[in-house]
Write a protein of this length. Structure first.
Length: 284
C-alpha cells in the first residue's frame, strides 16, 4: 500500500489551539516511553559525532525527552536538548523544562524544520513528526541538515501495517480513560473530552490519517538519494514486549556505507542493557 497524504485536523490553521495542544499532549503521554528502544541508536550516533547539543524539531508537547534524556545520560551521553515546533506549545515546553530541572530548553518562536535558523545548531531529531511532511518537505528537512553538516535522527512509532492500524482503532476509549492523568492540566482538555467529546473523534481521525502518512523504510531511502557525504541508517526496531515497531532514519557525516547500528547494539530490554551499551561505546 502506497503512502497517502490526507488532511490531518491539527495541521490546519483553523483548528482551535486548545484542541491542537490537547492532541499533542495526548500523543506525548502515550508515546514518551515507547521510544526507549531507540536510545542506544541515538546514543551511538551522538557519540560518533561528539555531539553535545540536540535540536528537537516538531516537538509537539515535548515528545519523549523527559524519559529519553535520562536514558542517554545513563549510557554516558550528556547533551542539552532544545525543543522547537512550527506551532510551539509553550505551556508544555515550560513544563518539560521545569520537570527536567532545565536540562531541556526550548525556542519560543516558530521553527521551520525545512529551513532551520542558523543560530539553532545541534544534532536534529524528530519524534512522531516526520509523517506530517509531504515528500518535498521531508526531502527539504534532510537536505537542510546535510547542508548545515548536522546529524539527523527521525523516529516514528509504527508502520503502515494492519497490526498498527488495529491498535489505533481503540484510540477514543484510551482518550476517555487517560485524559485525567495527562499533564499539564487544562480545563479545555476536559471540556473537549467529556462535555463536548470532540477530542476522542479528532484523535481517532488524525491517528488513522497519520498511519496512512507514515513513511516506509524504502520511501525513506528514496528521500536520501543524492544526499552525498552522509551515512544513512534506515530500518526498524521492535518495541518489546509488544509486536509494534519504530521506523527510524539516522544520518551523519561520513562517506563509508552505513552499517546497521541496531545489529551492533545490546537489547535495551535486558537487565544488563545499560552496562552492555556503555561497554560497546567504550570499545568504539
Amino acid at each position: 500500500m502506497k503512502r497517502v497524504h490526507l488532511l490531518e485536523i491539527v495541521d490546519e490553521d483553523w483548528c482551535p489551539r486548545s484542541i491542537r495542544h490537547a492532541v499533542t499532549d495526548y500523543c506525548r503521554f502515550v508515546t514518551e516511553r515507547a521510544y526507549s528502544p531507540v536510545a542506544p541508536l541515538l546514543a551511538q550516533a551522538l557519540q560518533k559525532l561528539s555531539a553535545r547539543h540536540v535540536l528537537d524539531l516538531g516537538s509537539g508537547a515535548g515528545g519523549p525527552w523527559l524519559h529519553l534524556h535520562p536514558l542517554l545520560r545513563e549510557m554516558g551521553v550528556d547533551v542539552t536538548v532544545c525543543l522547537s515546533d512550527h506551532n510551539p506549545n509553550l505551556e508544555a515546553f515550560e513544563r518539560a523544562r521545569r520537570l527536567s530541572h532545565h536540562s531541556l530548553t526550548f525556542d519560543p518562536e516558530p521553527v521551520d524544520a525545512t529551513q532551520v535558523p542558523g543560530e539553532l545548531a545541534g544534532f536534529r531529531t524528530m519524534f512522531s513528526a516526520f509523517h506530517h511532511l509531504r515528500p518535498d518537505q521531508a526531502r527539504a528537512v534532510l537536505a537542510d541538515a546535510v547542508a548545515r553538516r548536522e546529524g539527523v535522527g527521525l523516529f516514528e512509532c509504527g508502520d503502515r501495517s494492519l497490526l498498527t492500524l488495529g491498535g489505533l482503532l481503540g484510540t477514543p476509549v484510551v482518550v476517555l480513560l487517560v485524559t485525567p492523568f495527562i499533564g499539564p492540566f487544562r480545563w479545555s482538555r476536559l471540556f473537549w473530552t467529556y462535555l463536548v467529546p470532540v477530542l476522542p473523534l479528532v484523535l481517532l481521525f488524525d491517528t488513522i490519517v497519520s498511519w496512512l502518512r507514515l513513511y516506509s523504510v524504502s520511501e525513506l531511502r528514496e528521500l536520501t538519494a543524492g544526499l552525498d557525504g552522509y551515512q544513512w541508517d534506515i530500518s526498524t526496531v521492535r518495541i518489546k514486549p509488544l509486536p509494534n515497531k519504530i521506523t527510524y532514519l539516522i544520518g551523519r557525516r561520513g562517506r563509508a556505507p552505513a552499517a546497521s547500528l541496531r545489529r551492533r547494539l545490546p537489547d535495551l530490554n535486558t537487565p544488563l542493557h545499560r552496562s552492555q551499551a556503555k561497554a560497546a561505546f567504550t570499545r568504539d
